[in-house]
Design a protein around this ligand. Structure first.
Ligand SMILES: Nc1ncnc2c1ncn2[C@@H]1O[C@H](COP(=O)(O)OP(=O)(O)OP(=O)(O)O)[C@@H](O)[C@H]1O
Length: 279
């Protein structure tokens, strides 16, 4: 792929682009020079990222920072304009099927076959992954229990609440026990008890050697749950490392605000304080 980050040639003298570090084959996910433009909008502007194997990796940034676009390009849902994505040492975009086989993905705004029941959707996902029917049945029961959905297993997914839909989609991403699990906002709309159960399950999964990558806006959650974090803003990485390194003794939330800016010093919306006058 061509590299839109390469300096433009304005004279006859070739201009060398800075030497890029090659992707790290030892990482669960290694990204180099990733770009995506939508018309005039640059959503992802040359991202480099290494997610260590066995890490619980938080991906955080303000609205519109480029998290979903980056994760979509890292999981085969969106083709990059430029750059390399390596999953466990394999170049993803030259062999997407091999990459996808190792991954479980909970995309943002997921579209599901919602005329299936919860149990049927899990079964379908497992069979699609080429799994044995008995193993699928066993794991589907386990996942329904872990997601607190056993009682609703015969309800059509179209009749699920937003949180229940999120949970069944997470089950579909997990059923083949992928080595790398990528979850875009997994806890959005999920109740606190279910969220705690899911967090425990994911922590267990990471302890067994898997890698979990989650995007989230909830800094407190990322600070408590994740071992590593990347902060992204305006399509660029602002900080990466262990959570302790990035927060540097403070809270991750304070560090996040410091890194991405955007706090308003204004008086706010004056008309909101006058609503009682209009009675
Ligand atoms: N299909 C698209 N067409 C045009 N612009 C897009 C498209 N997808 C994303 N963008 C733009 O790219 C930028 C990054 O969007 P993205 O969804 O990756 O952000 P995000 O960090 O996931 O945001 P949020 O936290 O709000 O979900 C935004 O400005 C968005 O408007």
């Amino acid at each position: 792929m061509s590299d839109p980050s390469a300096p433009e040639q304005t004279t006859g003298t070739p201009v060398a682009a800075p030497a890029a570090r090659p992707p790290d084959p030892a990482a669960a996910l290694s990204i180099r020079g990733l770009w995506k433009r939508f018309g005039q909008k640059t959503a992802v502007a040359g991202i480099d990222l290494d997610v260590p194997r066995g890490s619980f990796y938080g991906f955080v940034g303000p609205n519109g920072a480029g998290k979903t676009t980056t994760l979509s390009m890292a999981t085969g849902l969106l083709r990059p304009d430029a750059g390399t994505v390596m999953v466990n040492g394999t170049d993803f975009w030259s062999a997407p099927d091999a990459g996808k086989a190792q991954m479980g993905v909970l995309p943002d705004g997921v579209r599901l076959f919602d005329r299936l029941t919860g149990a049927q959707l899990l079964t379908y996902s497992g069979l699609l992954r080429g799994m044995d029917r008995d193993v699928v049945a066993e794991r589907a029961d386990d996942l329904l229990r872990a997601m607190d959905l056993t009682e609703d297993k015969d309800t059509f997914v179209v009749d699920y609440s937003a949180g229940m839909t999120k949970k069944i989609a997470l089950g579909c991403a997990l059923i083949h026990a992928p080595r790398v699990l990528v979850l875009d906002e997994p806890f959005e709309a999920v109740d606190p008890v279910s969220a705690a159960n899911i967090r425990d399950m994911l922590a267990d999964y990471v302890r067994s050697g898997a890698t979990v990558i989650v995007s989230s806006h909830v800094m407190d959650l990322v600070q408590r749950m994740c071992s590593h974090v990347a902060v992204i803003a305006d399509g660029q990485i602002r900080a990466t490392g262990t959570v302790d390194d990035v927060r540097a003794g403070g809270s991750l939330e304070d560090r996040f605000v410091e890194l991405v800016g955007g706090r308003h010093q204004t008086e706010g919306l004056a008309w909101l304080r006058t609503s009682s006058d209009s009675d």
